[in-house]
Design a binder for this molecule. Structure first.
Ligand code: NAP
Length: 603
């Protein structure tokens, strides 16, 4: 169509815009024109999604791929972004959208949809996927006969409800009439190579349909992606930065039941930056003493060469630097049982529930101690999975600490089966790493745990135990910004004298008015247990008033018990002081979550 005829057809463009467009188009060859057309179509679709505005059909004429991620720790986001890049390389217009940002009204307009999601807790969707999950399972979900889709699940086979959320999405999209273009894949903790292969297969399948209109390609950054926040460093999860450990200081008392360390790490010269709410990923070295014992029990010589991801290294190096030795998982038992020809262990591996119960608190070494056997160095390495970095909520704000990053690390340390045990990463940081040593780190951004944009907005933070970490970052940030909004912190731990993490800092914030209120629950300082939710209930009227005044609500810490009990306390408060039914109170909290006023960083 001649551009000048656009004006005659009452296009939404002014005459001047048409002239400008005509000038630009005249400089482009046909391939460039096709690219621009795809780019504009996808941009318009994304802008429409984010604003909730409908996109005119002709604006989205060339089909594109929408990739939604539901992520708790960032893994699903990374897989979604890698898939988008693979699609882009083939000339497919692809956009990646955080499920929390996705307008459900857009669903009926999608033609090609990929869902990449993790599962959390007992088969629940991750925090940012709850809204879409609820919507799809509600009566409001539209029929989707024109939709082609694929689902990739991330999970951990140690959990009973492995990849449940991915299964839910897959099943529900099929029920709504959508057509699966590639069978769902459910992936364990070491998902990377299978995720790459699945993505490759998917892109190959979609390529003929999605590039029919021409070689147009554009990955559109979702709001808050690394590309849009300007957090561009050469270092990443794939290429971590070797950072210097400045300080590690025990911040629980001598008689505490807990060993919590305040850790300070230098990010100088890394180009890495973070915001309050982000996490720091840590790669660690396994305990050499543990590795020696493992090699002894399996009669493997420490300097035996092995192959790992295309590299040749000694088995000892592989075990110390690359493989998971502290967290056990079903696949290890299965592979180890087969390699050592152990009938008892093979039978155990066949009974999933018994296997989960057996693994319990056992580390890899405990399983090998229980069933010592002979196998080759390569078989041992092949039975183990690659070490996954551990994420710690960042406990500092760069507005205050500049190129440092602080963490609040609870050291995992327990006696079991007659032996002392240490956590992989926490043991490394607390026991084996000396000040001045290097530790490999990367920043994992978390846009679903952010201070409110308005400095006047009140904030309620609930963070017992090491769950206080991100709130120290929030307070530093609000202090540095001179934010006028009120801040209320709920903190709990066993004993006032032993476990009041950051006591002096918090009391100082209180004195200076940065903290408006500090409510503490020291659970074991009285006959009956006292928890943060008891403090919330005791202050129920004020909590309700703060919420009605627009407060943002945050929970960090234990997911299994605390976060659920706190949520129940909040429902009770909304019911009691808001005069609502239980169902209405739940809806009230759901609405807060959708409005990003109720955010959780729990596991
Ligand atoms: P914790 O075990 O959560 O204990 C902190 C306080 O909470 C103690 O006083 C404890 O009391 C109390 N508590 C126990 N059950 C509770 C319940 N149902 N409701 C409310 N409070 C309860 O502290 P922690 O050892 O520092 O561990 C924190 C937990 O959160 C860990 O599971 C950790 O993995 C997780 N965490 C996650 C993040 C993250 O980044 N997402 C950050 C920090 C921590 P009693 O022990 O006296 O019963």
């Amino acid at each position: 169509m001649l551009l000048s005829s656009l004006v005659a057809q009452a296009s939404p463009l002014s005459e001047q815009q048409v002239n400008q467009l005509q000038g630009l188009v005249s400089q482009l060859n046909p391939i460039q024109q096709a690219w621009v057309s795809g780019y504009l179509a996808a941009s318009a679709q994304l802008a429409g999604q984010l604003s909730g505005q409908p996109v005119p059909a002709q604006a989205a004429a060339s089909a594109s791929l929408t990739i939604l991620f539901g992520s708790q720790t960032g893994n699903a986001r990374h897989v979604a972004e890698a898939l988008a890049k693979q699609a882009q390389a083939k000339g497919i217009v692809a956009k990646v959208v955080d499920m929390a940002e996705y307008k459900t009204s857009q669903l009926k307009n999608e033609q090609y949809l990929v869902i990449v999601t993790s599962t959390y807790g007992e088969g629940e969707p991750p925090e940012n996927a709850i809204g879409l999950h609820n919507f799809l399972f509600s009566k409001k979900a539209p029929k989707l006969p024109g939709l082609k889709y694929a689902v990739l699940g991330l999970g951990d086979t140690s959990y009973e409800f492995f990849c449940k959320t991915a299964q839910d999405f897959d099943q529900r999209l099929a029920e709504l009439g959508a057509t699966s273009v590639l069978p769902r894949i459910d992936l364990d903790v070491d998902y990377q190579s299978q995720a790459d292969n699945w993505s490759n297969e998917l892109v190959t399948k979609l390529e003929p349909e999605l590039t029919a209109a021409g070689p147009s390609a554009q990955v559109i950054a979702w709001p808050g992606s690394d590309a849009t926040v300007g957090a561009v460093s050469q270092y990443s999860k794939q290429k971590p930065f070797a950072a210097e450990l400045y300080t590690k200081q025990k911040i629980t008392g001598r008689d505490s039941t807990k060993d919590v360390r305040h850790i300070e790490i230098s990010l100088a010269d890394s180009g890495l930056s973070y915001q309050p709410g982000d996490a720091l990923g840590i790669y660690f070295l396994n305990d050499p003493a543990l590795v020696r014992e493992l090699l002894l029990l399996t009669a493997v010589a420490r300097d035996t060469p092995v192959q790992l991801a295309g590299d040749t290294l000694t088995v000892e190096q592989a075990l110390i630097e690359q493989l998971e030795l502290t967290q056990s998982y079903p696949a290890f038992v299965e592979k180890y049982a087969a390699a050592t020809n152990n009938a008892t262990l093979t039978a155990l591996a066949g009974d999933k529930a018994a296997l989960r119960a057996y693994i319990g608190e056992r580390q890899i070494i405990d399983i090998v101690r229980d069933y010592p056997g002979l196998l080759s160095a390569q078989q041992l390495v092949d039975a183990l999975r690659k070490q996954q970095p551990r994420l710690y909520s960042i406990a500092s704000s760069q507005a205050e600490v500049e190129d440092e990053v602080h963490l609040t690390v609870g050291v995992v340390s327990y006696d079991a089966y007659g032996q002392p045990h240490l956590g992989g990463a926490s043991g490394f940081l607390a026991e084996r790493l000396a000040e001045g040593d290097k530790v490999k780190v990367f920043v994992e951004h978390n846009n679903n745990f952010r201070l409110p944009p308005g400095d006047d907005t009140p904030v309620i933070m609930i963070g017992p135990g090491t769950g206080i970490a991100p709130f120290r970052a929030f307070l530093q940030e609000r202090d540095a910004r001179g934010a006028a909004g009120k801040n209320w912190l709920f903190f709990g731990n066993p004993h006032f004298t032993q476990d009041f993490l950051y006591q002096l800092e918090l009391q100082n914030y209180l004195k200076r008015g940065v903290l408006t209120k500090l409510s503490v629950a020291f659970s074991r300082d009285q006959a009956d247990k006292l928890y943060v939710q008891d403090k919330l209930r005791a202050h129920g009227r004020d909590v309700w008033q703060w919420l009605e005044d627009g407060a943002h609500l945050y929970i960090c810490g234990d997911a299994n018990r605390m976060a659920k009990d706190v949520q129940q306390a909040l429902i009770d408060i909304v019911q009691q002081y808001g005069g609502k039914s239980a169902e209405q109170a739940q809806t009230y909290l759901d609405e807060l979550r959708v409005a990003k006023r109720y955010q959780k960083d729990v596991y």
